[in-house]
Design a protein around this ligand. Sequence first.
Ligand SMILES: [Zn+2]
Length: 253
Amino acid sequence: MPDQPRSFRIEAVVIRHANWGEADRILAIYSRERGKIRVIAKGARKIRSRKAGHLEPFTHITIQLAKSRDLPIVTQVETLDAYLPLREDLVRTGYASYLMELLDRLTYEEEGGNPALFRLLTDSLARLCQEADPWLAIRYYEMRLLDFLGFRPQLFECANCRSKIEPVDQYFSPSMGGVICPKCGSGLPGLWSVSLEALKYLRHFQRSSYGEASRARVPPDVQKEVEALVQAYFTYLLERELNTPGFIKRVKA
Ligand SMILES: [Zn+2]
């Protein structure tokens, strides 16, 4: 007899799954207790599998796992929130997939749990269900995610000379991770421009609670600028294009 596999229970959100062998599924999940891990669900693709419905991407679950020599094996799973509105509307499905993609691409297995980041994830999925316009919920998630993962952009002083940012249009340097003052900006390569308005909202989102941030009424042209800037920053950090923003654009069109 081999040793009895030890069992443990965690709370997680499903990031993605892939078929494995004839009937199984391998899942990447983000858990409160252990961060990102991969697990295997045996028989999850059989027609009468009771596990399958709980294991769809962006489902909030509690999951019982048995340790094995290979990946932990799913023995029990319960849904805490399936976020149904995200499954009934293709644009919202796209937003939820974007949240999961950012998390997946910016985290690694064995990093350990980050309860605050886990909370941000479940709160953000709930906001995507509730908000008539989820624009702000997504931007708020992006800004906090950058904080939690150590990429917080410097928005209050020049990332080059450290002087205080004055209320005029500025530059942004992805490689220096922040705003560049007009004086430094004239001599540096690879800068993006950022308007005073866009910077004002980015700073507001960075230092406010969601309740405070969600009271902001951001004009549509500034929304576009903020979104483009943050996505360009993520693209820079990830060194290649994200898939989901293109998907969201195509679905909306
Ligand atoms: Zn400067």
